[in-house]
Design a protein around this ligand. Structure first.
Ligand code: NDP
Ligand code: 8X3
Length: 258
């Protein structure tokens, strides 16, 4: 990974921030993107304090839903940041857990625009450069929600099923090039994910993980890093990982609380 350029979307929190930490430790040059500028700056300060001035960082305030912003941001990257080696399409979110027939249109738009269209925009603007340079790796963060639908998951699960299909499609379309495509598909990971899903209702969010040991963002970053560091001829297509306390999208074991 030394001096390879790694672009991580959704780096201001959770899995994206954990990926930034592990790739920074391996000497990668990091492009960190998210909407919350302050959070990106805090992460940059933390990483610089840990790894010193050798660490090269480029921060982007970017909403992945904005196609024109994605286009101009990628096309106008400074020369020394333009040759992206690894794209980690991590930015994503769930909104609500309503039944489909009671669903909120704004929640739907946000999930579809971020999880599907945002991922497509980054891919569309970054991958041509990878093809030209004859090297690169796209790592999409999918979910078990793309493999199994759960009650109330309807549109979120639909977006992650789309990510699964898009990852498979990209792999098919890039065959004959050395570019790798991977989907890392976790079960329950304790991040800000549930806070965002429940629009900031912290009590409801913490109940999601009550009585079980969820995965951590670092667990996912570890797997992403493994996938990114295989020999040139090895492509990890898909990794599904869950906490030991989880057997499927709908079956988890919770220790009883007295
Ligand atoms: P977090 O809420 O902690 O992080 C989500 C990240 O996505 C934030 O950095 C946020 O940054 C960014 N993001 C959201 N919308 C946009 C946008 N429009 N433009 C740019 N960045 C955006 O959750 P996780 O770390 O858990 O989620 C990361 C990925 O992992 C998501 O794709 C999620 O679906 C997936 N996932 C999560 C699981 C879990 O249980 N936590 C399980 C399986 C998959 P900002 O708000 O600053 O823009
Ligand atoms: C996040 C995992 O099960 O909440 O993608 O959908 S789940």
């Amino acid at each position: 990974m030394d001096k390879k350029i790694v672009l991580i979307t959704g780096a201001s929190s959770g899995i994206g921030a954990a990926c930034a930490r592990i790739f920074a430790g391996a000497g990668a040059k990091l492009i960190l993107a998210a909407r919350r500028w302050q959070r990106l700056q805090e992460l940059a300060q933390e990483l610089t304090a840990q790894y010193g001035d050798d660490l090269q960082l480029h921060l982007l305030q970017l909403d992945v839903r904005d196609r024109l912003a994605v286009e101009s941001t990628i096309k106008n990257l400074p020369q020394e940041w333009a040759d992206i080696d690894v794209l980690i399409n991590n930015a994503g979110l769930s909104r609500g857990l309503d039944k489909l027939h009671a669903g909120d249109f704004q929640d739907w738009e946000e999930m579809i625009d971020t999880n599907i269209k945002g991922l497509l925009y980054l891919t569309r603007y970054v991958v041509p450069g990878m093809v030209e340079r004859d090297r690169g790796h796209v790592i999409n963060i999918g979910s078990i929600a793309g493999h199994q639908t759960y009650p109330g998951g309807n549109v979120y699960c639909g977006t992650k099923a789309a990510v699964k299909a898009i990852s498979e499609g990209l792999k098919l379309d890039l065959v004959g090039t050395p570019i790798k495509v991977t989907s890392v598909d976790p079960g329950m990971v304790e991040t800000e994910f549930s806070q965002v899903r429940f629009h900031g209702d912290s009590d409801r969010a913490s109940q999601v993980y009550q009585g079980l040991t969820p995965l951590t963002a670092d667990d996912i970053a570890d797997v992403v890093f493994f996938c990114a560091t295989r020999p040139n001829h090895v492509n990890i297509n898909e990794v599904i990982l869950m906490p030991v306390d989880q057997a499927s999208a709908t079956l988890v074991h919770r220790k009883s609380i007295i």
